[in-house]
Design a binder for this molecule. Structure first.
Ligand code: NAG
Ligand code: NAG
Ligand code: NAG
Ligand code: NAG
Ligand code: NAG
Ligand code: NAG
Length: 434
């Protein structure tokens, strides 16, 4: 049995095809202009021998001009592993237009591109419109995929130097909790002594409901489910026996078995509760991105975004990272170096069971950075948006940690206005107490 639990069930609905070989296309990317919004999108080759390509979708700041202004650039990586970022940022109410239940584009009053340029990248290769022409270009692990992503960023910086002549932020959610620190670490290391296109002004990263260090994040499912009134004591003891086994398997290096047991725990909780959404314990229904996938697969959309017409958009690719141990490996050891150099925002949705509050608190407590004690000892701030409590914040030195209230795993979807407020307080350093 393989864990399906970090793959959002919704995106899995759309998955029959696999990202297809398209032949040696070369770069296809260029400008787009739609409903009054503008940007760039398309394929960029990262392996010239095979033609394997990444797809990116850049939204230009509404009153900006990426050739001349200084608005920050924000890059977004969705989770999975293997769920494309394009559909995710529409689902998350980030983009200036979103897709309604009938597959029609509508304006999004919450959009982020009033204040930043925003780029969604379908990561890794094999998801969304990013495709491989060779089995060897599927890396199926964080280190291999991070090197490919870095290649893409360098190629973009070569083609469009002004895009990177500004502050850069990288956000990752869920499995992006491994990818965002990995690409940040890579950039910061490569920056040493380098100049553009090999030098990026990386100013910060953000990770939401992060799956970063499984060894310290997989012991709280029973506790959270029980204290939320979802399982009884007998069920709790069964879950806790699994949690103990997961710990033992991680210690003895049986990472694949440990991963399967995490999947088993999620299935048991689903069964015990009569079908709770383990990403959001307020719900008994799955997320649904059918309409978004429909829109992305229209030929008119592909033409607009310079994606190949004969290619099926693949919302999530369940084969990416199948049979690898990357799931249970940690990116936590990358954080000290990152925190020494740039700002980090981490947030957790109150109602997420898979990446629950105690497990993310424990992730933080186990980061081996001298400032962690300072963060833990700092008083929390009550963060309000428009006079209503939106969450709680701790901020120490370069590390900001946010509890987002009334939110499951996908905070930007569940609390769009508050999430947007959180991001801009972080990026523009506006403080949390007003
Ligand atoms: C998902 O959304 C589509 C289109 O909006 C709708 O037709 C379908 O019934 C929905 N599926 C579920 C399970 O709700
Ligand atoms: C990741 O994948 C690459 C290429 O597929 C491989 O060379 C490397 O050993 C893998 N790394 C880990 C940590 O599994
Ligand atoms: C979309 O374009 C492809 C490639 O040109 C073509 O095969 C397909 O029939 C088109 N689909 C529709 C619905 O027109
Ligand atoms: C890697 O991912 C590709 C594409 O999703 C898949 O076809 C392949 O089987 C995977 N390889 C391994 C070793 O997991
Ligand atoms: C976090 O707090 C520090 C002081 O400890 C301050 O310098 C910094 O600007 C704050 N950052 C944010 C994003 O609020
Ligand atoms: C705050 O309230 C104002 C006025 O009602 C409204 O325009 C604005 O969108 C609200 N902001 C958020 C983040 O909810």
């Amino acid at each position: 049995m393989r864990i399906k639990l970090l793959n959002l069930a919704l995106f899995l609905l759309a998955l029959q095809a696999s990202a297809q070989s398209e032949g040696l296309l070369g770069d296809t990317d260029g400008e787009w202009n739609f409903l009054g919004f503008t940007g760039y999108a398309g394929e960029v080759v990262i392996n010239p021998l095979t033609g394997s390509s990444y797809f990116y979708w850049l939204f230009q700041a509404i009153q900006g001009n990426i050739l001349t202004d200084k608005y920050p650039l924000v890059i977004w990586l969705a989770g999975g592993p293997g769920c494309a970022s394009g559909p995710a940022v529409i689902f998350d109410y980030i983009t200036p237009f979103i897709i309604d239940d009938n597959g029609e584009p509508i304006l999004n009053p919450n959009n982020w591109v009033n204040q930043v340029h925003f780029m969604a990248i379908d990561h890794p290769i094999g998801t969304g419109f990013s495709f491989s022409n060779s089995p060897n270009d599927y890396k199926n692990n964080t280190s291999g995929d991070t090197n490919q992503l870095y290649t893409l960023l360098v190629r973009l910086a070569q083609k469009y130097p002004t895009w990177f002549n500004r502050d850069l932020y990288i956000f990752g959610v869920s499995y992006g909790g491994k990818w965002a620190p990995a690409i940040a670490y890579k950039i910061l290391s490569e920056n040493q002594g380098a100049s553009p296109p090999y030098r990026f002004n990386l100013k910060g990263i953000g990770v939401g409901d992060p799956w970063t260090n499984p060894a310290v994040q997989t012991s709280f499912y029973g506790y959270v489910a029980y204290s939320s009134g979802l399982i009884n004591q007998e069920e709790l003891s069964i879950i806790q026996a699994y949690e103990e086994e997961i710990q033992n398997q991680i210690s003895s290096g049986d990472l694949y078995e440990a991963q399967n047991n995490v999947g088993m725990v999620m299935e048991l909780i689903y069964e015990y509760t009569g079908g709770i959404n383990t990403y959001d314990i307020r719900k008994f229904t799955d997320y649904n991105s059918t309409a978004i996938e429909y829109w992305l697969n229209l030929n008119s959309t592909k033409a607009l975004l310079h994606a190949p017409l004969n290619m099926e958009h693949l919302g999530c690719n369940p084969n990416v990272y199948d049979m690898t141990t990357d799931f249970m490996e940690s990116s936590a050891m990358l954080f000290p170096y990152i925190l020494d150099n740039i700002n980090v925002l981490m947030w957790i949705g109150q109602d997420d069971l898979l990446l629950n509050t105690p497990c993310v608190e424990n992730l933080v407590a186990n980061i081996n950075w001298p400032g962690i004690q300072g963060l833990l000892n700092t008083n929390k701030m009550i963060w309000k948006v428009n006079g209503t409590v939106a969450g709680y914040v701790k901020n120490y030195s370069t590390f900001t940690f946010v509890h987002l209230l009334k939110s499951g795993h996908i905070g930007c979807h569940d609390q769009p206005a508050n999430s947007r407020d959180m991001f801009f307080r972080f990026i523009y350093n506006e403080g949390w107490q007003q």
